[in-house]
Design a protein around this ligand. Structure first.
Ligand SMILES: NC(=O)c1ccc[n+]([C@@H]2O[C@H](COP(=O)([O-])OP(=O)(O)OC[C@H]3O[C@@H](n4cnc5c(N)ncnc54)[C@H](O)[C@@H]3O)[C@@H](O)[C@H]2O)c1
Length: 260
């Protein structure tokens, strides 16, 4: 156990698996209480139960939550308030890959991708601030992607929705500063990290998923995919008071890919 996040109360979206689960575990390990939310309510509960087994009762809580729904955001924030007595950290992590290139991506798919990756982050920032104002210092962390900064020929909806998340982060950061609140807002931009989201690449290729992952890894200067704890470590820094002078910034955790 560490204490870098002692006294912090966090809500992490998309926390049933992948990066959200790793971030939640890192937060609890560093002394925070965490409300894990996910559209997969049973998965979020199972991940929270495992954290309570590992770190002690009332370390983690869970609730079902679709980040595209305004009502669901209000319910999730109320659940966090009830369970933990306040909210000082929000991690807008839930996200989806988005399918199709510019010719094959349907308008429905474009809107579905934006609903989760962009609208979901907007709603989270919009409604969490009312709670976070009472628990300053606060930190909002938005999971964008290196794909929000660097385009690919094959993922227009993902690129554009993650770029929207990146710029929204800066607007929220400046708004909070203008209000005189000690609430920061920063984005994280990972390259490929080994989580279930990469399975989406398997749907558009006939090659086995391990071959696809090897190909992705070869695009990264460090020569490998990221592991979830490497992203969780960045989120711990942004959630903690160690990053108290950092707002409106982007943390690139990309194995060097954006340096090329
Ligand atoms: N893994 C990577 O390579 C990578 C790279 C860059 C950015 N990211 C971003 O990091 C975040 C987490 O990705 P991951 O790799 O853990 O993905 P993942 O697919 O493993 O997990 C995503 C989680 O979000 C949940 N979710 C999806 N839609 C939701 C909704 N509408 N409401 C609530 N929950 C919802 C899913 O149920 C799932 O538990 C995403 O925003 C993703 O775009 C991931």
């Amino acid at each position: 156990m560490g204490n870098r996040l002692a006294g912090k109360r966090a809500l992490v979206t998309g926390a049933a698996q992948g990066l959200g689960a790793a971030i939640s575990r890192g937060f609890v390990r560093e002394g925070a209480q965490v409300m894990l939310t996910d559209m997969n309510a049973a998965g979020a509960q199972a991940t929270a139960d495992a954290l309570n087994d590992e770190f002690g009762a009332r370390s983690a809580f869970a609730c079902g939550h679709d980040v595209t729904s305004e009502e669901a955001w209000q319910a999730a924030l109320a659940a966090a308030q009830d369970a933990m007595g306040g909210l000082s950290v929000l991690v807008n992590n839930a996200g989806i890959g988005g399918e199709g290139d510019i010719e094959t991506c349907t308008l429905t798919e474009w809107r579905r991708t934006f609903a989760v990756n962009s609208d979901g982050v907007f709603l989270g920032c919009k409604y969490a601030l009312a709670h976070m104002k009472d628990s300053q210092p606060g930190s909002i962390i938005n999971l964008s992607s290196i794909a929000g900064l660097i385009a690919s020929h094959a993922m227009p909806a993902y690129n554009a929705s993650k770029a929207a998340c990146w710029m929204l982060t800066k607007s929220v950061a400046l708004y909070c500063a203008r209000q005189g609140w000690d609430i920061r807002c920063n984005s994280i931009h990972p390259t490929f990290v080994d989580t279930p989201i990469l399975d989406g690449f398997g749907k558009v290729s006939s090659a086995p998923i391990e071959v696809i992952k090897g190909k992705l890894a070869r695009q990264i200067p460090l020569g490998r995919l990221g592991v979830p704890d490497e992203i969780a470590n960045g989120a711990i820094y942004l959630a903690s008071d160690e990053s108290r002078f950092m707002t409106g910034a982007e943390l690139k955790l990309d194995g060097g890919i954006s340096a090329m």
